[in-house]
Design a protein around this ligand. Structure first.
Ligand code: PMT
Length: 216
């Protein structure tokens, strides 16, 4: 039988992209498919954990044998994460959460106005990772960082600022890495710096290696 290093542990994973509506049928979102987060959830389950996944908009096949909670917006994801947080041992934030949302959500479908331009005003969302970083007692928090340049610099900055134990950086401009595809190229950092840089591999394999490191 396979070793189960996460037996008895509660693992909370976020996956997918958030949806920020500005009218009943229109919204802002991003390219996250949920593949990375779902792969992390399945790897944690394989290692014996009791897994809860909070997922936004996804196109990936849903993981089996986990508790799946569906949300739309960054605000709903925040509330769901806060509900689960105190009970969790490990929290892994693979979701792509909107940094901005429309300031006004119209209750009726927006009509075309006379002019050629429409200005959509945005406001900041709450940073979920930073919020739980402040609330942390003995949880292990793993953040992700999607960057296109100065990947290591920004990743280490996020780790410190958001009080994470690990940051998983992916250069989303690299071929075969980041949003939507079946593969990723990740580098795992802790407070001391680089822990491991993984070559291009399936999101499943990257998730398994990540969890082995976190389980240690
Ligand atoms: O879903 P896939 O198609 O498989 O793609 C995977 C992925 C590229 C989305 C994933 O690997 C990834 O990098 N996820 C994090 C994307 C992201 O939003 O990165 P960021 O650098 O903007 O945010 C850093 C961290 O803060 C993330 O852990 C994010 O979940 C968190 N965050 C961001 C904003 C916010 N309001 N609240 C947050 O908690």
């Amino acid at each position: 039988t396979l070793p189960k290093p996460l037996q008895g542990k509660k693992v909370l994973v976020t996956a997918g992209g958030t949806i920020e509506r500005f009218d009943p049928v229109r919204y802002l979102t991003n390219d996250s498919s949920g593949k990375m987060g779902f792969a992390v959830a399945e790897a944690a389950r394989e290692m014996g954990a009791d897994v809860t996944v909070i997922a936004g908009r996804t196109s990936a096949v849903e993981p089996q044998g986990v508790h799946l909670i569906r949300v739309e917006s960054a605000e709903q994801m925040l509330q769901a994460v806060l509900t689960e947080f105190d009970e969790s041992d490990i929290v892994i934030k693979a979701a792509a959460v909107a940094d901005y949302r429309p300031k006004i959500t119209h209750h009726q479908k927006l009509k075309k106005t006379g002019g050629d331009e429409l200005v959509l005003e945005l406001e900041r969302t709450t940073d979920i990772l930073e919020t739980i970083g402040k609330r942390k007692t003995d949880q292990v928090i793993v953040g992700f960082a999607a960057e296109t340049d100065n990947v290591e610099g920004y990743a280490l900055d996020k780790l410190k600022r958001k009080n994470c134990d690990f940051i998983v950086a992916n250069d989303v401009s690299a071929e075969g890495a980041g949003f939507n595809g079946d593969t990723n190229i990740i580098s795992i950092y802790n407070e001391q710096g680089l822990v491991e840089r993984l070559p291009l591999m399936s999101k499943q394999a990257a998730a398994q290696r990540l969890l082995q490191i976190v389980a240690q």
